[in-house]
Design a protein around this ligand. Structure first.
Ligand SMILES: *[C@@H]1O[C@H](CO)[C@@H](O)[C@H](O)[C@H]1NC(C)=O
Ligand SMILES: *[C@@H]1O[C@H](CO)[C@@H](O)[C@H](O)[C@H]1NC(C)=O
Ligand SMILES: *[C@@H]1O[C@H](CO)[C@@H](O)[C@H](O)[C@H]1NC(C)=O
Length: 302
């Protein structure tokens, strides 16, 4: 009997110690987590300029203008950065940092660093990069601005905005949809949604990081808009930017899939003033647009 009791209490003490050591081990891991995840931030000092906005908002024109400036290489769309950021965001949402460390001994910070290294490597080793300032033009990339700022403290974001009515018209035509009001309004709703989202992010990261540029302003007041932009980017002014079309063949490569190739090879001119959509979209209804697309008013298009 005594023996049984003895071994029982021994067992109990044993399991108590076991639980205690588990708790201590987890507390230790949590402490390591706090030390590594919270205090240390990723420090990649490379400058990267990101250009984005809703499709057909002048992102290609913007990157071509930067490409003729001389010290930057934007090049064609990378197309990789958006799916990468979706994956990276998904991973961080699926595995909360402390749980990730506890179960897998992987720091959430490592995933962030891996994402940053991937982007940096891909941009640094591009053909024609030639040690210029890194730049990536991918329309949807601005929707990850807040996350990218965290990875690249020296990055800058150019958010292109163009009148949603012109954008919707251009998209309906490009996608060969019927020129009816329903298709047109659907495109405007998408425009409304993404521009609200991007503007919200742009405000969140603040004016040090994000600059909204209206396509119409850029086209109509090219020099003042570009000079202001160069200050934001902390880059030198270059007169070549005023006549980018002269350098199109020699210095600027166009991507095969960029929609706007036929337009950016020409001198800049303002064509939205013709407002073709009012004539060509069947049952065009400005009243409905005013009511349903408040972002147009927000950006001053009404
Ligand atoms: C991440 O992606 C997986 C696989 O595509 C999906 O099942 C999951 O719902 C996503 N998780 C989040 C948080 O988006
Ligand atoms: C357009 O954006 C506003 C925010 O500015 C939002 O409240 C509204 O629901 C959006 N409308 C549509 C049709 O997406
Ligand atoms: C975006 O939409 C939300 C919800 O409708 C609204 O509260 C917010 O003010 C909008 N943001 C901008 C920048 O218009």
């Amino acid at each position: 009997m005594k023996n049984i009791l003895k071994s029982f209490s021994f067992k109990q003490t044993g399991s108590f110690l076991f639980v205690l050591s588990l708790l201590l081990a987890n507390a230790l891991i949590f402490w390591i987590y706090l030390l590594n995840e919270e205090k240390a931030s990723i420090s990649i000092s490379d400058r990267i300029i990101f250009i984005g906005g809703h499709p057909r908002s002048g992102t290609t024109l913007m990157r071509v203008l930067l490409d003729v400036q001389g010290s930057i290489y934007c090049g064609p769309e990378t197309r990789l950065l958006e799916p990468l950021m979706i994956l990276s965001t998904n991973l961080s949402e699926r595995f909360p940092p402390n749980e990730l460390l506890l179960r897998t001994r992987i720091f959430a910070k490592s995933i962030k660093e891996a994402t940053a290294s991937f982007i940096l490597h891909v941009l640094k080793t591009r053909n024609k990069q030639e040690n210029k300032i890194l730049c990536a033009k991918d329309p949807p990339i601005v929707n990850f601005m807040d996350k990218l700022v965290d990875l690249f403290p020296n990055s800058k974001y150019i958010f292109m905005v163009r009148d949603g009515r012109a954008v919707a018209f251009s998209l309906v035509r490009y996608q060969r949809l019927e020129f009816n009001f329903k298709n047109y309004l659907d495109k405007l709703k998408e425009w409304n949604y993404t521009n609200n989202k991007t503007m919200t992010l742009c405000n969140k990261v603040g004016p040090k990081y994000c600059k909204m540029v209206k396509y119409e302003n850029l086209v109509l007041n090219k020099e003042s808009v570009l000079r202001d932009l160069m200050q934001f980017l902390e880059l030198k002014w270059n007169d070549r930017m005023l006549n980018h079309e002269i350098f199109m063949n020699s210095d600027v490569e166009l991507g095969r899939t960029e929609w706007s190739n036929s337009q950016v090879v020409k001198p800049i001119y303002y064509k939205d003033s013709r407002k073709d959509w009012t004539k060509e979209i069947e049952d065009y209804d400005e009243k409905t647009i005013r009511k349903e697309i408040p972002m147009l008013k927000f950006f001053g298009y009404f």
